[in-house]
Design a protein. Structure first.
Length: 278
């Protein structure tokens, strides 16, 4: 199964049927898609060779991250001015009854090094739960989106398809993960977890962009994803994609606190098998 179109594929078509016309959240999903595509256009235009700044050890930001977030804030502000924005680069309120949660360029290290696993992640969170999620992969020509209770889809140059998680068993599963580079103190715990998970499944991958890891679980490319030390903008949109594609998403204790900190996502069988190992 191909993860996406060929590297360098164009932006998604400008017009697509509403995600869920029967849902009142459909117009907000369309707005999030518009904002993600605007950011993706800037990211693609910048190309490679952008000089990074180091926010913290091995944690990069570029002028493109900031410009992409400004573009997103502009689109969201025009379309839904009453909803505040929490962005990775520009900050915002930590809590509100309704809140856009934005990562304008997920996988900045990948972007700096010319690796195309780069995403734009936008979620609408209500009362602590994501209800709209959009993840756009500008170098792969893919746009994923979900509305709570109305399913999830992926949009490519050849059209729009529903997302459904895989049905592979744990013995044939491939999981994705990410190293806790922001929390080096958690590395021993992570490595012990990695060893247990690796012993129970077929293999593990590390693409380096949490939002895309989750989108690919929703698409059935990966069968599970686990990581710790994450922020809401890393996982809010992607986690909703997995849930709406028929998967299960929890924290490492099996609770619903996955929007901050630890996350385990997967098809139901693989999630159940890994929950006792993380």
């Amino acid at each position: 199964m191909s993860i996406g179109g060929p590297s360098g594929a164009g932006e998604a078509p400008a017009s697509v049927p509403a995600m869920a016309p029967e849902s009142p959240l459909g117009p907000l999903a369309d707005l999030a898609r518009e904002a993600a595509l605007a950011a993706g256009t800037l990211i693609r235009a910048a190309g490679r060779g952008v000089a990074p700044e180091e926010k913290a050890t091995h944690d990069y930001v570029t002028a493109v991250d900031r410009a992409a977030e400004e573009a997103i804030r502009g689109v969201l502000g025009r379309g839904a001015p009453a909803i505040p924005v929490l962005g990775e680069e520009g900050g915002g309120p930590d809590a509100a009854p309704e809140l856009w949660v934005v990562d304008p360029l997920d996988g900045t290290a990948n972007f700096v090094h010319g690796f195309p696993a780069v995403g734009v992640s936008i979620a609408l969170v209500r009362d602590g739960r994501p209800v709209v999620g959009v993840v756009h992969a500008p170098f792969l020509g893919e746009t994923y989106r979900a509305v709570r209770g109305a399913g999830a889809s992926v949009e490519r140059e050849d059209g729009v398809s529903p997302l459904v998680v895989s049905d592979r068993p744990p013995s044939r599963a491939i999981a994705s993960t990410g190293l806790p580079f922001r929390r080096r103190d958690a590395l021993p715990r992570f490595l012990a977890t990695f060893e247990r998970v690796f012993g129970a499944i077929e293999d593990i991958r590390r693409p380096g962009a949490a939002a895309l890891d989750l989108a690919w679980v929703a698409a059935g490319v990966f069968d599970a994803y686990f990581e710790l030390g994450l922020a809401p903008w890393d996982v809010a949109a992607g986690g909703l994609l997995v849930e709406e594609a028929g998967g299960r998403v929890t924290d490492w204790s099996g609770g619903d606190g996955w929007v901050t900190g630890e996350i385990l996502a997967g098809n139901p069988a693989v999630h159940a098998a890994l929950l006792g190992l993380v």
